[in-house]
Design a protein around this ligand. Structure first.
Ligand code: ZN
Length: 293
């Protein structure tokens, strides 16, 4: 099992219990030093970041205090201090967000599994993502990872490349070569064919069904809107085998194979996850002219 991050469990460990009981601020609305130190020690945020975040909220209290004063309300300080539960929530969310940023840095390019939320009322949109595998930096519709959206208590399980690849690629269909591999996956609509093609310049290329985001499934979904797909794919194997290698404009880990005769271009991904080396097609387009280098 990969390394896990669950916001609630993590907060239980790093968030001093006293804050919940007696508040983070003293009656002058200053941060209690012991808590500030404890939080900085246990998390990835600096004293400056934390102080800044806390005083954003304190400023809000102070404004409120001024307003209440102007209205002649007494015991305004008590009123403002009553808002400390809100401040505590706010700081917790901020800490979780910051921790996810630190983990993203530490696990750059790695794959992760979306874990269920421990919130009482989990976000239904996030519930649909439970168990799914994403790359670091990707996630829900807005691109948020667990814990990045305000109040999100979903968790992360960091996967190693082999583990993630197994889930991504699924069932292995060995022994299908060239166009036979294409037909096989079109029929199965899942799994992968290792070393389905051999290109002179770059060697073995596997065919992976994948998902709507990447792989053969993605290619088929995209092109089906433009062309009758079986017709479009009938020379797929020849393009991959005979195409000449060109750098890909958008990605360092990809390159293009351009087949002058068939006027088609296939994009090959060379890495899965952090650094598992595997060549697999991610798209094919019609391309009359030689790609610009
Ligand atoms: Zn969530």
């Amino acid at each position: 099992m990969g390394q896990r991050f669950d916001p609630q469990t993590w907060l239980k460990r790093v968030f001093p219990k006293g804050i919940e009981k007696s508040g983070l601020l003293n009656d002058k609305l200053e941060i209690k030093k012991t808590y500030l130190k404890a939080l900085v020690r246990a998390t990835s945020v600096s004293q400056r970041q934390l102080t800044q975040e806390i005083y954003k909220t304190v400023d809000f209290y102070l404004e409120k205090e001024e307003r209440l004063k102007a209205q002649g309300v007494r015991a305004f300080k008590q009123e403002a201090l009553n808002g400390q539960a809100l401040l505590t929530e706010r700081i917790k969310n901020f800490l979780v967000y910051s921790e996810v940023q630190a983990q993203k840095k530490a696990h750059k390019g790695r794959m992760y599994r979306w874990l269920p939320s421990s919130a009482k009322e989990p976000d239904p949109e996030h519930q649909l993502l439970y168990g799914k595998v994403f790359r670091e930096g990707e996630g829900d519709k807005e691109g948020y990872m667990p814990g990045e959206r305000w109040g999100c208590q979903c968790g992360i399980e960091w996967l190693d490349d082999d583990e993630a690849f197994k889930e991504f690629a699924g069932r292995k269909y060995s022994g299908y070569k060239g166009q036979k591999a294409v037909t096989k996956l079109m029929r199965e609509r899942q799994g992968y064919v290792p070393n389905a093609f051999k290109n002179k310049e770059i060697g073995n290329i596997s065919l992976i069904w994948g998902n709507e985001k990447i792989g053969f499934a993605h290619l088929i979904e995209g092109r089906s809107k433009q062309f009758p797909i079986e017709e479009f794919l009938k020379d797929f194997s020849s393009v991959v085998k005979e195409g000449k290698k060109y750098p890909n404009k958008y990605s360092k880990t990809r390159f293009d194979l351009w087949d002058k005769k068939r006027k088609k271009l296939v994009v090959i991904e060379t890495v899965y996850g952090e650094n598992k080396k595997i060549n697999f097609p991610v798209t094919m387009v019609r391309q009359k002219n030689r790609p610009k280098r």
